[in-house]
Design a binder for this molecule. Structure first.
Ligand code: ADP
Ligand code: MG
Ligand code: ZN
Length: 481
């Protein structure tokens, strides 16, 4: 194969919008989906003379994001102007950080044991959004997004393939959501990824020339873009061509990347310290205070689920994919200590229902934790059968009904007295006497056979555990005959 002669080298730059109440340098709301250009002010559209005031919460969230991935925090952080002209940025510069970002270093470990080093996380302002309409209308611009606090995480070029990059993104997304700094709604552009790729022959020590694809906003897009672009570069090299350092546009519909412009370097932006903003002092005390508010993160939960609750890694990952799902799992676990059973129900039944409710962020809305646990208790104590447990679930989803009441109403609960069950046992033995002949050879099979008969006869109302014990008690009398 062609690709086996080459190493693929990838570095990511990942932007995430912080979930503060207000924007980063003004008091406009930090919201999504408002009428275009209704949520902006002289500061965030950059009218001359307007002065930015730094949002302290945005700095705290950046520090928190950094601590959650093992960064060190700079004691002095500086905001700089990154100068460029583009219609989404009316003041012709973006306030960002170059020389002294808030966070430096850090890393995330991949499941294959590899450590991906983080170079930095800095705080900047988001730009407005261009909306491309028809040819006659042209392109419109919405400045609402301008000034939303944005953190940019830059990795070292440590990835070797698309799967590693996607795994990192997934872990980072969970980390931000769990630590509460960002919602990372990729479909709303709340998390976006720039992918830098180069390829080099195996034996070469030097990295190859890279290209960059900006603003990929789904994991699938990142995967496809990396796979396409690394293949393209290898083919170019094989043809004897050179790779040109470029920014390329990824067209997800066509499944191809296109040259956009030759890639700019940081000196092209003429960064300089923003004279309107003071250097930010961050004391060790500030940092420790924020560190103490870090909650248990997704990675910690995955480890706990696997090592303490003995769940498969695959299940642990699905349960922690959304924090509210993992929270619900833990709430149920507090009420009923059967992790495997709870996990199975969430993964099969609840997540299936959730698929059709994209706006639901609390599984208690589907079924309260108390009701789910009631179903599991009824099931585990064999008071209801498995098929009936599913029917019961369907009957109480999205209602305020009580699981045990509904089970009773639907006649699912084993309501027979011991004497009645014994009579049924005798009845099924009498009507199926031949089965007894197998008892010496295969007692369990015979017991199960009669249990099945009793269950059928009573339409599932006999408790199978009780039934079995009565069969064991009664059968020997028949054997002696
Ligand atoms: P810039 O400021 O031009 O964006 P940086 O040096 O900050 O450049 O790097 C941006 C990203 O590109 C980082 O994630 C880095 O790991 C990655 N990168 C740098 N060199 C290469 C390369 N040769 N191949 C692949 N990725 C690279
Ligand atoms: Mg870049
Ligand atoms: Zn504003």
């Amino acid at each position: 194969m062609l690709s086996s002669k080459y190493d693929v080298v990838i570095g990511l730059e990942i932007h995430a919008e912080l979930n503060t109440k207000t924007k980063v340098f003004c008091s406009c709301k930090n919201t999504f989906g408002e009428e275009p250009n209704t949520n902006c002010c002289p500061v965030c559209v950059g009218l001359p003379g307007a002065l930015p005031v730094l949002n302290k919460k945005a700095v705290e969230n950046t520090i928190k994001a950094g601590l959650s991935v093992g960064c060190s925090i700079n004691n002095l952080a500086v905001f700089e102007r990154k100068n460029y002209f583009y219609p989404d940025l009316s003041k012709a510069y973006q306030i960002s950080q170059l020389v002294r970002p808030i966070c430096i270093g850090g890393n995330i470990k991949l499941d294959n044991g590899k450590t991906i080093r983080i170079n930095r996380i800095h705080l900047e302002e988001d730009a407005g959004k261009l909306i491309h309409k028809t040819k006659t209308i042209g392109t419109l611009v919405d400045y609402n997004r301008g000034g939303i606090p944005l953190i940019e995480l830059v990795t070292e070029p440590d990835f070797s393939n698309a799967d590693e990059a996607v795994e990192f993104l997934d872990k980072l997304r969970r980390t931000y959501i769990y630590s509460g700094v960002a919602n990372c709604k990729m479909e709303e552009g709340g998390m976006r990824c720039d992918v830098n790729i180069s390829v080099k022959p195996h034996d070469s020590k030097e990295l190859g020339i890279r290209t960059e694809m900006k603003n990929l906003n789904s994991f699938k897009m990142v995967k496809r873009a990396i796979e396409y672009e690394s293949k393209r570069q290898i083919e170019e090299l094989e043809k004897g061509n050179k790779i040109i350092q470029q920014t390329r546009k990824w067209d997800d519909n066509k499944g191809k990347s296109f040259a956009l412009r030759s890639k700019e370097n940081s000196h092209d932006y003429r960064y300089f310290p923003d004279p309107d903003l003071l250097t930010v002092e961050i004391t060790q005390e500030d940092v420790e205070k924020i560190r103490s508010t870090l909650p248990e993160l997704a990675q910690d939960r995955i480890k706990k689920y696997v090592e303490i609750y003995n769940l498969p890694l695959y299940d642990a990952k699905i349960l922690t994919n959304e924090k509210f799902v993992s929270d619900y799992f833990e709430e149920c676990l507090n009420l009923y200590n059967n992790p495997k059973q709870i996990s199975n129900w969430i993964m099969t039944e609840l997540l299936k229902v959730l698929k059709d409710k994209p706006n639901c962020e609390n599984l208690n809305e589907i079924i309260t934790k108390e009701n789910l646990v009631s179903i599991l208790e009824l099931l585990d104590s064999k008071q209801i059968t498995r098929p009936n447990s599913k029917i019961l679930f369907e009957n109480i989803c999205f209602t305020s009904k009580n699981a045990k009441d509904v089970a009773k109403e639907l006649g699912m609960l084993s309501s027979l007295s011991d004497e009645e069950i014994k009579d049924f046992v005798k009845q099924v033995i009498n009507t199926n006497p031949d089965a007894i002949l197998d008892f010496e050879k295969n007692p369990n099979k015979v017991i199960m056979f009669y249990t099945g008969k009793v269950m059928a006869l009573t339409k599932g109302k006999a408790n199978p555990i009780t039934t079995q014990s009565f069969i064991k008690e009664i059968l020997p009398n028949y054997l002696k005959k």
